[in-house]
Write a new protein. Structure first.
Length: 79
């Protein structure tokens, strides 16, 4: 179940469920961290890889892995 929503209306119904993630990112940033303990950069890349595969299969596009500031990042190129 979603937490009580003291704000009422949202642009994206159900987005109250992301509040815990937003708070954790804020905490990590205030501590000078570059990633959250509960969801790491590598886990984000795993999710991005799955999403990119879905995009490739649906649209016929393929992801390109490249380095950004020493970290891997994805961009999409047409096949």
């Amino acid at each position: 179940p979603l937490p009580d929503d003291p704000y009422g209306a949202w642009n994206n119904p159900g987005s109250i469920g992301f509040v815990h993630q937003i708070r954790e990112v804020g905490t990590a940033l205030s501590q000078g961290k570059k990633e959250c303990d509960s969801f790491t950069w590598n886990e984000s890349l795993e999710v991005a890889t799955v999403v990119d595969e879905i995009v490739r299969q649906v649209r016929g596009e393929r992801p390109i892995l490249r380095k950004v500031n020493g970290m891997e990042a994805m961009e999409v190129a047409s096949s």
